[in-house]
Design a protein around this ligand. Structure first.
Ligand SMILES: Nc1ncnc2c1ncn2[C@@H]1O[C@H](COP(=O)(O)OP(=O)(O)OP(=O)(O)O)[C@@H](O)[C@H]1O
Ligand SMILES: [Mg+2]
Length: 342
């Protein structure tokens, strides 16, 4: 941990405070997040220098299945934390719990020291923690702009429908519309503002969802597979937008299966398997971790073969065929010899 930073204290003052201004430093938040985590041990449940989210003893069962069982987890403020793990590991369930979309059987969690238990999603959003969904929740039969205005409601708790009826707008709603248009411009969706969300491509819906999440000026953004189902042409732009959130000082937690993406943008990686956190560390620590390798191998038996696996299977098949041909050759050869000897 850097010498000028106290554990458990916000990294305020001196160089840290100055470097929080991205304009002054041209991308320092990334460096700041990495530097803050540099000396943190690669251990499950390890305390972070400046945690935004702290989770304690959170469990959630569905019938006999324990979907989530997290003893202790801290998410560093201002960094991008990648949450990975095989299908069914409990990543989405943990997101649901932390953002008020589901209630746990046990446990507590807090944002900035403030407990978030028993709060509804809009209350959690108002405190600054928002999330997007693995399966996009953009409302198809509302326009892009209307979907954005819906995102502002978490903040003010005003009537959503009134915001959609022209003529009843108030100053707040006008401000919301301005903000929505600004965000749509940033995500290159402004020209689509009057299109129904249902007409957008999968990638554009993901962008809309991210833009909508930003309507409430969040401090923590939790993105559940923002890249899934996105056309590769849009992947880079989406990745850029995720990095921009960090540049603006937000804390990002995102779920992603593509390890290249995880390595590219994460400052820290948390690995879940069967409901538990089984590893934590910087991206480079994860691929060497035996528990992670085992969890993925165990879970991917029925996954498509990798190129290496395919090469190995092909090589084995070719060797087997060659052996058979050789044996056949022996048989044919001896038959021929027998024929010749007659
Ligand atoms: N509402 C529910 N009722 C019953 N079981 C559930 C429910 N939600 C999740 N589960 C189960 O909990 C486990 C964790 O699911 P979850 O969706 O959190 O996994 P995940 O890590 O997000 O997986 P994926 O990578 O496939 O999105 C799974 O076994 C899932 O079937
Ligand atoms: Mg999921």
């Amino acid at each position: 941990m850097p010498a000028d930073q106290t554990p458990g204290q916000p990294a305020a003052g001196g160089a840290h405070a100055a470097s929080l201004d991205p304009a002054a430093t041209g991308g320092a938040p990334r460096l700041l997040a990495r530097a803050a985590l540099r000396d943190v041990a690669w251990e499950v449940g390890v305390p972070k220098p400046d945690p935004a989210i702290v989770v304690d003893g959170v469990t959630r069962s569905f019938g006999g299945l324990t979907a989530v069982s997290v003893d202790h987890l801290e998410v560093q403020r201002g960094g991008i934390t990648g949450l990975i793990g095989p299908n069914g590991a409990g990543k989405t369930t943990l997101f649901n719990l932390l953002t008020g979309f589901d209630q746990p059987n046990t446990g507590t969690w807090s944002f900035d020291g403030r407990p978030l238990g028993k709060l509804a999603p809009h209350q959690v959003a108002r405190l600054g923690v928002v999330r997007t969904f693995q399966l996009t929740k953009a409302l198809s039969r509302l326009t892009v702009l209307q979907n954005m205005l819906l995102g502002a409601q978490g903040q003010k708790g005003e009537s959503f429908w009134r915001a959609l009826v022209p003529g009843t707008w108030r100053a707040q709603e006008r401000a919301n519309t301005e903000k929505a248009m600004e965000l749509l411009g940033r995500f290159k969706l402004d020209r689509k503002k009057d299109d129904f969300a249902g007409t957008l491509s999968g990638g554009q819906r993901k962008l809309l969802e991210m833009a909508r999440a930003l309507m409430s000026d969040p401090k923590v953004v939790m993105l559940d597979e923002p890249m899934a189902g996105v056309n590769p042409a849009l992947t880079q732009s989406l990745l850029g937008h995720v990095k921009d959130l960090r540049e603006e000082g937000m804390t990002v937690v995102f779920v992603e299966h593509d390890m290249d993406v995880v390595r590219d943008i994460s400052d820290w990686v948390v690995v879940m398997a069967a409901g538990k956190v089984i590893a934590e560390g910087p991206p480079q620590s994860i691929s060497q971790n035996q528990a992670v390798v085992d969890a993925y191998l165990g879970a991917h038996h029925d996954a498509p073969l990798t190129i290496e696996e395919e090469d190995r299977v092909l090589a084995e098949a070719e060797a087997a065929i060659a052996r058979e041909q050789h044996a056949e050759g022996d048989v044919i050869g001896s038959e021929t010899r027998r024929e010749e000897n007659r």
